[in-house]
Design a protein around this ligand. Structure first.
Ligand code: ARG
Length: 598
C-alpha cells in the first residue's frame, strides 16, 4: 500500500500545484511546501485513502475547503495516470477527499506480491549505518530472570524486523560481567570452593548463583570481607592474572548456560559485555570534564541533569565516578554510547541505538542519553531509544513466582509450556483417533510451546505489565500463537487439496466483499512492517497477523474456494497462498517458525 500512497501523494501534489501555483511557490519558498495530508481512510466505506489538506489550506488560500477540494479533484480527473490508479474521488464532509484504488489495481498488486519474496516490503538503501539493538543482557553469576526473557524475545523480534528492512543490525548482548559482584564472588570462592576459580566446569550456574547469594550476604554483614572484595575488584580491573583467570572461568560458565537458552529460542546475539568498555572509561571522564559537565559532589564526579526547558532537573545526577574512584553501570553505558556512535575503527558508526530493558531503567537511560547528547557524542540525526517493557506478573497480578514461592527458572518455564502443549496434542490426537509418530508429536509440541511463550509476550503492548498465563497463551482461539499457527496449517491443507502447484493465474479477479477485505489486509503488510521499524512495537505486527487470520477464516468459511468454478477458483487459491506467505513471513519476523501440519 505504501507504493500507492507515494504515487497518490505525488498526484495530489501535482494537482495542488497546478490549481494554486502562486500559493505553492510561496509555500515552497517559505520552506513549508503545500501538503495534501494523505492518510489511510478513517473508515473502510470511505475507500482506501483520504486527503485532508483542503481544510488546512482554507485559511492561507482564503477559500472554502470544499472549493479547494473541488479544484484538486477537477485536476485529478484530467490526469490519466491518476485515473488508471483510482476510481473518481469523492468529496466528503467539509472537504475531505476520499480515494479508492481501482479493483484491478489491487488485484494486480496481489499478483506482484505473490512473485515477490519480500511481499512488497521495500528494502532500505544498501550501505546504511548500522542499528544497534542492545537486548537480553543478563548478568554473570546471577540467574537470568523473566525480565531478561522479555528483553530477549522483544529485542530479537525488533532486530529481525530491522534486518528484514535491510539495516545492518548489531545484536549486542551487554552482559553484566564487570561489576563489584566479582570482587565478592572471587573472595568468597577462594575460601569455600577454590577449584571453581581454576578448573572449568567445577561448578554450574546454579551453584554460582548460590555462591553469589552467600557472598552478597557476607558482604552486607562483614566489614573485613567488604575490604577484601573491594581489593579483589581493583585487582581484576587492573589486570591481575589470577583474578582475570578466575573471572574468565566464571563468565564462561554463565555464558554456556545463557547460550543454551538462546539456542533453544533460536536467538542470535553477539556478546559484548560491560568489560569491553573498560578501556574507554577514562576517556568518558575526560570528555565530560572537557565539556564542562563534571561536578564534584561529596567526592564523586557527577553530571547534573537539566529539565526539558533547560532549568535544573529534580532527577538525581548521573554519577560517573564514585568517591572511591570506581566506575559504575552508568559510566559503562556512557562509554558504550560513545563507542557505538563513534566512527570505525574505534566505534560502530551507528545512527540508531535501541535498548530493550524493563521500564524500571527508564530514568537511568534518560539520564545517560542526556549526558551523551550534551557531551556531543551523538551525531546529527543519531537516535537513542529506550524500549521499555512492563513487569511479568503471575495470574494473581503479583510478581511471577513458582507455587513454592521461588523465582521461576526460565528453563522450567519453557519446559512447562512444551509439556502442556504435548499433553494437549496427545488428548486431541486420541479424540480424533489419529496416529502420529513420536518425532511429529515432539516437533509440534516444541514449536507450539515456544511460539506460545514468545507470542504471548510480543502481542501485549510491551509498556503494560504482562500477566503470564499458560492457559491463555496456549488457547486455540483468540490472539494466540496456536490460533495463528493453525491458520497456517489450514491454508497449507487447502493448497494441498487445491492441486498445490504454485502457478498464479495471469489475471486475478475478485468479487466478494470477504475477498476484498482480505486483499486489503494483505496489502497492508509493508505499511505495518515500516510502522514497527519506526515505533518499535511488535504488538502492532501481532494484531495485524491476528486480524489477517480472522479475515482469512471469514473468507474461507463464507466463500467457496476449492468448489468454485474457474477463473474464481484460481484467484481464490492465490489469495490463500498469499495469506500463508504473509503469515509465515510475519511470524518469522517475530521469531516464530510455522508448521505444515499440527
Ligand atoms: N544487565 C542489565 C540488567 O540485567 C541490563 C543491561 C541493559 N543494557 C544496557 N546497555 N544497560 O538489568
Amino acid at each position: 500500500m505504501l507504493r500507492f500512497a507515494h504515487a497518490l501523494n505525488s498526484h495530489l501534489l501535482g494537482a495542488l500545484e497546478s490549481a494554486f501555483p502562486e500559493a505553492a511557490a510561496a509555500a515552497r519558498a517559505a520552506g513549508a511546501p503545500l501538503d495534501p495530508q494523505l492518510g489511510p481512510a478513517s473508515k473502510p466505506e470511505f475507500g482506501d485513502f483520504q486527503a485532508n489538506g483542503a481544510l488546512a489550506l482554507a485559511r492561507p488560500l482564503r477559500l472554502a475547503p470544499r472549493a479547494i477540494a473541488t479544484a484538486i479533484v477537477d485536476r485529478l480527473a484530467a490526469d490519466p495516470a491518476f485515473g488508471a490508479l483510482c476510481l473518481p474521488p469523492e468529496i466528503a464532509g467539509p472537504g475531505f477527499i476520499n480515494l479508492t484504488l481501482r479493483p484491478e489495481v489491487l488485484a494486480a498488486e496481489v499478483g506482484r506480491r505473490l512473485a515477490d519474496p519480500r511481499l512488497g516490503v521495500e528494502p532500505v538503501a544498501p550501505g546504511g549505518a548500522p542499528v544497534v539493538v542492545d537486548f537480553s543482557s543478563p548478568n554473570i553469576a546471577k540467574e537470568m530472570h523473566v525480565g531478561h526473557l522479555r528483553s530477549t524475545i522483544i529485542g530479537d523480534a525488533l532486530a529481525r524486523v530491522l534486518e528484514f528492512r535491510g539495516h545492518p543490525v548489531l545484536r549486542l548482548n551487554h552482559v553484566g560481567d564487570w561489576g563489584t559482584q566479582f570482587g565478592m564472588l572471587i573472595t568468597h570462592l577462594k575460601q569455600v570452593a577454590p577449584e571453581a576459580l581454576d578448573t572449568a566446569d567445577a561448578v554450574d550456574l546454579g551453584d554460582l548463583v548460590a555462591f553469589y547469594r552467600q557472598a552478597k550476604a557476607r558482604f552486607d554483614s562483614d566489614e573485613a570481607f567488604q575490604t577484601t572484595s573491594r581489593e579483589e575488584v581493583v585487582k581484576l580491573q587492573s589486570g591481575d592474572p589470577v583474578s582475570r583467570r578466575a573471572w574468565q572461568l566464571l563468565c564462561d560458565q554463565s555464558r554456556r548456560e545463557f547460550q543454551r537458552l538462546y539456542d533453544r529460542l533460536d536467538i542470535r546475539l553477539d556478546e559484548r559485555g560491560e568489560s569491553f568498555y573498560n578501556p574507554y572509561l577514562e576517556a568518558v571522564v575526560a570528555d565530560l570534564a572537557a565539556a564542562g559537565l563534571l561536578v564534584s559532589d561529596g567526592g564523586a564526579q557527577c553530571v547534573f541533569l537539566e529539565a526539558e526547558d533547560g532549568t535544573a532537573s529534580q532527577a538525581p545526577p548521573v554519577i560517573v565516578r564514585k568517591s572511591d574512584g570506581g566506575f559504575n553501570y552508568a559510566t559503562t553505558d556512557l562509554a558504550a554510547i560513545r563507542y557505538r556512535f563513534a566512527a570505525p575503527p574505534d566505534g560502530d558508526g551507528a545512527r540508531r541505538v535501541i535498548y530493550v530493558t524493563d521500564a524500571g531503567q527508564a530514568s537511568h537511560f534518560a539520564g545517560v542519553f542526556q549526558v551523551a547528547r550534551r557531551a556531543g557524542w551523538i551525531p546529527e540525526g543519531g537516535r537513542l531509544e529506550h524500549v521499555p517493557f512492563g513487569l511479568v506478573q503471575g495470574e494473581d497480578g503479583k510478581k511471577l513466582k513458582t507455587r513454592a514461592g521461588d523465582t521461576v527458572r526460565l528453563k522450567e518455564l519453557l519446559d512447562e509450556a512444551v509439556e502442556r502443549c504435548e499433553a494437549d496434542l496427545r488428548r486431541r490426537l486420541a479424540e480424533e483417533e489419529r496416529q502420529e509418530a513420536e518425532a511429529f508429536i515432539s516437533e509440534v509440541a516444541t514449536t507450539v510451546g515456544l511460539a506460545a511463550v514468545k507470542y504471548a509476550d510480543l502481542s501485549t503492548n510491551r509498556i503494560t505489565n504482562y500477566q503470564f498465563s499458560f492457559d491463555r497463551m496456549l488457547a486455540l482461539s483468540g490472539n494466540t500463537a496456536p490460533y495463528l499457527l493453525y491458520a497456517v496449517v489450514r491454508i497449507a491443507g487447502i493448497a494441498r487439496k487445491g492441486g498445490g502447484d504454485d502457478a498464479v493465474p495471469a489475471v486475478l479477479g475478485f468479487s466478494e466483499p470477504q475477498e476484498w477485505a482480505l486483499v486489503r489486509q494483505l496489502l497492508q503488510f509493508d505499511a505495518v512492517i515500516q510502522e514497527v521499524e519506526e515505533e518499535l512495537l511488535p504488538n502492532r505486527l501481532c494484531s495485524y497477523l491476528f486480524e489477517l487470520c480472522q479475515l482469512f477464516n471469514r473468507f474461507y468459511d463464507q466463500v467457496p474456494v476449492l468448489r468454485a468454478e474457474e477463473p474464481a477458483r484460481g484467484s481464490r487459491l492465490a489469495l490463500c497462498r498469499l495469506s500463508a506467505d504473509t503469515l509465515k513471513q510475519g511470524l518469522g519476523l517475530l521469531g516464530i517458525p510455522t508448521l505444515e501440519r499440527m
